[in-house]
Design a protein around this ligand. Structure first.
Ligand code: FMN
Length: 270
């Protein structure tokens, strides 16, 4: 490949993006799989009620949904990752193609209950990345009259977890006014906004899920992997050559022959 005016690019791993690579000969046909996380353990939690409202809308659109219950999820690092609740959360994240994160605002930020769930999700576990390339919708509930602190913080978290966070979002102000005695959200502009957000998440998930490997593929990581492969190949050559070097006594006799010395040097063993 000829690279004009880009002397620092490693040409072998530079991949020119193209529409062809985004085209799907055959996309998945199963319902989009959406994991919903919320951030409160209060029995009357409004973030949980909002999460369940989002679930109803997503199901109406045809999604398959799971809501993770954060009760009994231990605080990060207080138990091994083999703990059943940690495993459940990680498996759900792996299963998901999109996620909805709903946290209350406390002291201007996400709750510990919510953050603890994200903290248990590794960015990378071997070659497995349980959040990378998934779509994400962010929502919050407030006690106060308005705030976007939490949705902003969730966007930062989503970027960190390499997710595709959709543009729309929802912040339900004075959440205590917005739900009825049966725990259902009352009709309002806030409710309509939640429908908008779920609609957008559903569409983005359909668009992204089969292409996420290509979308999140990075030049710098391909370059790193190519360098690692080259190093490992060089190490194997050295290893093989070392194995061929005769034992010391044997070597004394053999190394006297110029031809053998040449082949030994060529293999990189000396
Ligand atoms: C200690 C504490 C701090 C709070 N801080 C905020 C805040 O910074 N901004 C806000 O809008 N609401 C704040 N609230 C109100 C909560 O966001 C509100 O009660 C919310 O419904 C809690 O979520 P939950 O119903 O899912 O438990 C706070 C509540 C408590 C108890």
């Amino acid at each position: 490949m000829t690279l004009h005016d880009l002397p620092h690019i490693t040409a072998d791993v530079l991949d020119k993006p193209s529409l062809d690579k985004l085209a799907l000969p055959e996309g998945a046909s199963h319902p989009p799989r959406i994991l919903i996380l919320y951030g409160s353990l209060r029995p009357q939690s409004f973030s949980r009620k909002l999460a369940l409202e989002a679930e109803r809308i997503l199901r109406q659109f045809g999604a398959e949904t799971r809501v993770f219950d954060p009760h009994d999820l231990p605080i990060l690092d207080s138990v091994p990752v083999s703990h059943p609740k940690v495993q459940e959360l990680r498996e759900l994240s792996l299963w998901s193609e999109g996620q909805v994160w709903v946290s209350p605002e406390r002291h201007g930020s996400v709750t510990g209950v919510f953050k603890n769930q994200i903290d248990w999700l590794p960015l990378e576990d071997g070659s497995v990345r349980p959040t990378q390339g998934r779509t994400l919708a962010v929502m919050q509930v407030c006690g106060g009259s308005q705030s976007f602190n939490v949705v902003n913080a969730l966007r930062v978290l989503g970027r960190w977890m390499r997710m595709v966070t959709i543009p729309n979002q929802s912040s339900v102000a004075k959440a205590w006014q917005e739900f009825d005695d049966n725990g259902r959200m009352k009709p309002s502009a806030f409710y309509d906004r939640v429908v908008d957000v779920m609609e957008e998440l559903f569409k983005f998930t359909l668009m992204v899920r089969d292409r996420s490997d290509y979308l999140v593929d990075r030049y710098s990581e391909r370059k790193g992997a190519a360098e690692a492969r080259a190093l490992s190949a060089a190490a194997s050559v050295v290893e093989a050559a070392v194995e061929q070097v005769p034992a010391p006594q044997e070597a004394e006799q053999v190394m006297t022959t110029p031809a053998t010395m040449r082949s030994c040097c060529a293999s990189g063993a000396c």
